[in-house]
Design a protein around this ligand. Sequence first.
Ligand code: HEM
Length: 517
Amino acid sequence: MGTGEAEGTLTNRQGHPVTDNQNIRTVGNRGPSTLENYDFIEKISHFDRERIPERVVHARGAGAHGYFETYGKVGDEDVSKYTRAKVFHGAGKQTPVFVRFSTVAGAKESPETARDPRGFAVKFYTEDGNWDLVGNNLKIFFIRDPLKFPDMIHAFKPDPVTNIQNPERMFDFVSQSPEAIHMITFLFSPWGIPANYRQMQGSGVNTYKWVNQEGEAILVKYHWEPIKQGIKNLTQKEANEIQGMNTSHATQDLYEAIEKGDYPEWELCIQMMSDDEHPELDFDPLDDTKLWPTDQFPFLPVGKMVLNKNPENFFAEVEQAAFGTGVLVDGLDFSDDKMLQGRTFSYSDTQRYRVGANYLQVPINKPKKRVATNQRDGQNAHYVDSGQNPHVNYEPSILGGLKESEQVGKVHEPAYNGKLVREAIERKNEYGQAGDTYRSFEDWERDELISNLVDALKVSHPEIQKQMIEHFTKADEEYGRRVAEGLEKANKEMGNESKHNTGSAASDEAAENAKEK
Ligand code: HEM
């Protein structure tokens, strides 16, 4: 150590001590520089690669570590009656978790006051490997077929020409997608802007299955309840005020609460339903635009989660975290929910691109139990998760390669016999629950809903306004009438000219075409 290297001094990534971090090597102190400046080139080229693609959705987020503690019961019954997933067995058992909260449409550093669903993704590092529960704060979603997801996100994200988010594009899509009216009713009410990440609920939204030792399955939905913190939402005015001062208020709130030992907690509840079509219901149980009525399918507590540790490094943990709906453990299964199946392909596909082929070797994504595969190589392979014989990277083998494990519980084998089709579900019931939700709001929530919808819709093409009013009226006559009255007033105030003066080229063109006809 001829350089005086000591604990606390700087090195480069090769472990070479850095003796001058202020000056590159040059011919004389005025330059030119030389190409063999290894320290400089290593430093600047790593800097040049500091960013990975942001998530295509849910780019803005914050995360924390903690644990899940099972109650060992579902309601009054032993949980093993319904699932053999060990994470739920043995009252009091704790499983480490990592959680990432997010907004959906905004870019990586966008304001956290956006009217937008909030992501609520939980990675459970269970004794059987990882389980990810990738949810949102709201309990339902905009669409029920995954083929529509890229279009929906294009409409919600900024205009590809102006790079400005434009509610007209969003409502253009929504007015042609009546299944979204229920979600829009939540989103434009105060429930569309949670006060922060701690005081909001979470939900798996899509339907999963629990499978017991005998291979019998039930349908389940998961819900997180912030019992300790309570729920708090913001009015648009409150959100605007916060946004004027702070665009990271939710990240800051979570970080500071955990730093001062005020650990947020959620209770995990499930709703259960027998695994069949339930013809008695006026909606399809696998339709993620619908709530399962709690009087028939009550919330049953199964455990609680506590977040008690902030990440040590935002990028390494929060940014590189990769959650997916396909990441289930024995005793948990997929349902036939089409959205869930579409999502399950999408998450790991995007993560192979966003984080890289070996994203599961990144510590935040790596299971905390033994991993032994025959997968090898690829960019950024950090180690080999091999068995006893490193020469044998294939299976089957008699030379000491990895072997299959025994199946312990009985396999759940649903039987199918149907035509392969491209068809929507039958029990769409687009408006019933949207109306129920509208009527369930308190007066101030309904007032906010109408005012937020009018504000967003007043910049839309008249045909879009008309169709949206029709949808709201079908949900609830008063709902439609109040939006119509609000729009009439707003349109008058804005005057006909200014209405399309919104920078929306698409809308101007459509208006011109309409005039020509
Ligand atoms: C993130 C796709 C519906 C919740 C993502 C990502 C993709 C995606 C590609 C980025 C993942 C990453 O880069 O790591 C889809 C598709 C959907 C869909 C194709 C519908 C077909 C939903 C629904 C929910 C949801 C219904 C709510 C239950 C989330 C959350 C994240 C996310 C919370 C952020 C996860 C994180 O914090 O890293 N989604 N999504 N998504 N999605 Fe979805």
